[in-house]
Design a protein around this ligand. Structure first.
Ligand code: SAM
Ligand code: SF4
Length: 461
């Protein structure tokens, strides 16, 4: 079915919703409703996006934190991006990889180089990789993608391997998505960047990405091809963030209604300086920290079961503030230039704000009572797409996520952590284990932890 795109992103309706007043009474009512974990209507989200005063904002943040902990507990899933190429035939004005940027050294990794990068990522302790590439379908064709994914999954480092490869490459046709599905990928991500047509046109002057409609229909094609998990996103800073959040919610609602499941994840990149980009240096609608926190909180309440992904674009000291409002996955130890993990040759896509190692990030998470997770079990057991959402909705996800987080975290601590991180991590596991009320489950986890102690790996529920 081809969607009427004007209905999916109805700008007049969004502008009219953006006028919704945020009286104390209406905000309280919406926040109370959000605690039932049923999500929010666009109208309700619009009211919350207009909250400005600190007192009401802190109520919003409190509700977001509560919803997050009810559904996800304290677990944070970790991953690392692997940039395979910075060739691009598009000209997104905000991006250092854009075709017209002559100041960067172009590079596409050979299959062997991709394997080296993946090994370096595995050596940090990661189990999930997000493959990222500029959009140049000749350079990054499906034969190449198939081969590198196969080679990545084949890597064995002692007990270790990559257990999930997610992917953020150019949008494909239905036929090509069908082929991509056979490569055993996790989530397919592609961001609309801005849902605002006029801004979109300005920011994407040439190349395939200049076509707003083709970009917007990416997830339709992906679902029609049978992909289970898709990830959407907005690049915040290009236009009014309230417009973007509402439009993205409208897109998510449309996907849910049409295909029986909405996006598996939402990404929230914020525009960062990029070499040779005026727009990135001076974002036309810069989103400040306070508003960024509001965006995360509203997304968490509106889409309680959708993963929210935070990247190393955000500053080290700011990341904890956003984590507690609803983030469920984050990258750590990232490089955004092809080859960046095992050598330094090419230019980064944008400036990163958190340069810490995975070990340092894990230590901080453990000390602040989060539970780092390297779990990939849902996808490997076929708990994906609608099945995942059906499972997540009654709250069952905690029965899997929490135990699997503990088990995979223990593997990490035994195999990769520094001594200090290990101490903090063991304490963290103890605390989280003691909070599990179901005695049978607790016993099951304790037995599995014993098996990990004796060297067994990849144990999950
Ligand atoms: N080339 C593909 C595309 O554009 O969808 C995928 C990879 S692109 C390297 C991944 C994302 O990086 C883009 O979707 C965009 O949101 C983000 N990005 C581009 N320039 C950025 C910048 N200056 N600051 C932060 N994020 C940026
Ligand atoms: Fe190319 Fe993606 Fe950068 Fe646009 S955002 S220039 S498509 S790499």
């Amino acid at each position: 079915m081809k969607a009427n795109l004007n209905d999916v992103i109805n700008e007049d309706r969004i502008y009219s919703l953006m006028q919704s007043g945020a009286s104390e009474g209406s905000v309280n009512e919406i926040l109370n409703k959000s605690l039932c974990l049923k999500g929010l209507s666009m109208q309700e989200a619009a009211v919350l996006l207009n909250v400005e005063d600190d007192k009401t904002l802190s109520k919003l943040f409190k509700a977001a934190k509560e919803v997050k902990e009810k559904i996800y507990g304290k677990r944070i899933v970790l991953f690392s991006p692997l940039y395979i190429s910075n060739y691009c035939t598009n000209n997104c004005l905000y991006c250092g990889f854009r075709m017209a940027n002559k100041d960067i050294k172009r590079r596409k990794l050979s299959v062997e180089e991709v394997v080296e990068e993946a090994k370096a990522i595995i050596n940090m302790g990661h189990k999930r990789i997000l493959l990222v590439a500029g959009e140049d379908m000749e350079k990054i064709n499906l034969d190449y993608v198939e081969e590198i994914i196969k080679k990545i999954y084949e890597i064995k480092r002692g007990n270790d391997e990559v257990r999930r490869v997610n992917i953020n490459i150019a949008p494909l046709s239905v036929k090509d998505f069908k082929r991509l599905k056979t490569f055993n990928i996790g989530t397919f991500q592609s961001f609309q960047e801005t849902y605002h047509r006029e801004t979109y046109k300005k920011m994407h002057p040439s190349g395939l990405k200049a076509n707003y409609e083709y970009r917007l229909e990416t997830m339709d094609r992906a679902f029609q091809a049978g992909l289970d998990d898709v990830g959407v996103g907005v690049l915040y800073g290009l236009t009014d963030y309230r417009f973007e959040v509402l439009a993205m919610l409208s897109h998510a609602e449309y996907l849910d209604k049409t295909y029986g499941t909405g996006p598996h994840t939402v990404s929230i990149p914020r525009l960062e300086p990029a070499k040779g980009s005026e727009v990135a240096e001076h974002p036309p609608h810069a989103v400040h920290d306070k508003d960024f926190k509001k965006i995360v909180a509203v997304l968490r309440l509106a889409l309680p079961y959708t993963g929210i992904i935070l990247t190393t674009r955000e500053r080290e000291e700011f990341r904890p503030e956003v984590l507690e409002l609803g983030v469920s996955q984050m990258s750590a130890g990232s490089k955004t230039n092809p080859g960046g993990y095992h050598e330094e040759k090419s230019t980064e896509q944008f400036r990163i704000g958190d340069h810490r190692s995975l070990d340092d990030v894990i230590k901080e998470l453990s000390e602040t009572d989060y539970l780092p997770s390297f779990c990939t079990s849902c996808y490997r057991l076929g708990r994906v797409g609608k099945d995942f959402m059906d499972l997540a909705k009654p709250g069952l996800i905690q029965k899997f996520c929490q135990p699997n987080a503990i088990l995979t975290f223990k593997e990490y601590l035994d195999d990769y952590a520094s001594e200090q991180t290990k101490q903090a991590g063991i304490k963290c596991i103890k605390n989280h284990l003691s909070e599990i009320k179901d005695e049978k489950l607790k016993q099951n986890i304790t037995q599995k932890l014993e098996r990990i102690n004796t060297g067994e790996r990849d144990i999950y529920i």
